[in-house]
Design a protein around this ligand. Structure first.
Ligand code: SF4
Length: 161
């Protein structure tokens, strides 16, 4: 566990972006997993945001839809592909449930922090980053199970269960 995010930023070439009072990790310059040929060296295990690009999500009525960010990908001669095939994750239904849970958690946090002072925002953001990003996930245990446990812990801390 990191005392603060100075260590995180040095270790992972990452940075933190802030949106509506929330801090999120982001890649600074080039991703550390790009190989010499400009390909992803962890392609089968790439993060969800990499699987999604250049799609985006639009959240509405307790669910979400996908949309194509037409200006984001410079590749020419693109062909049609189903979203499920593009995202290429073993259990898309579970992945979508997880996506909604994560979105709801962030949305609730955003509402809770609106109008709070900087100290409170910092405290809660650090807790979120440590719990969901810095605490290692166990490779032998299903990711969604571990995420659910962490979410329950988070909700318990924030009085949501
Ligand atoms: S797909 Fe994602 S993890 Fe892989 S190199 Fe690109 S940014 Fe990095």
């Amino acid at each position: 566990m990191y005392a603060d995010f100075t260590d995180y930023q040095g270790t992972y070439c990452g940075t933190l972006i802030t949106t509506q009072g929330q801090w999120m990790p982001a890649v600074r310059e080039a991703c550390a997993y790009l190989d010499e040929e400009g390909r992803c060296s962890i392609h089968p295990y790439r993060p969800g945001i990499c699987r999604l690009f250049p799609l985006g999500r639009y959240y509405e009525n307790g669910g979400f839809s996908y949309f194509l960010q037409t200006g984001e990908c410079a590749k020419e001669n693109r062909s049609k592909i189903k979203v499920s095939k593009w995202i290429d994750t073993p259990d898309l239904t579970r992945n979508q449930q997880f996506t909604l849970q994560w979105h709801d958690l962030l949305h609730a946090m955003e509402e809770r922090l609106t109008g709070e002072d900087e100290g409170k925002q910092r405290e809660e953001n650090l807790l979120l980053l440590r719990l969901f990003y810095l605490l290692p996930y166990e490779g032998t245990i299903d990711f969604y199970t571990q995420f659910t446990e962490r979410m329950e812990h988070w909700n318990g801390q924030n009085g949501q269960i």
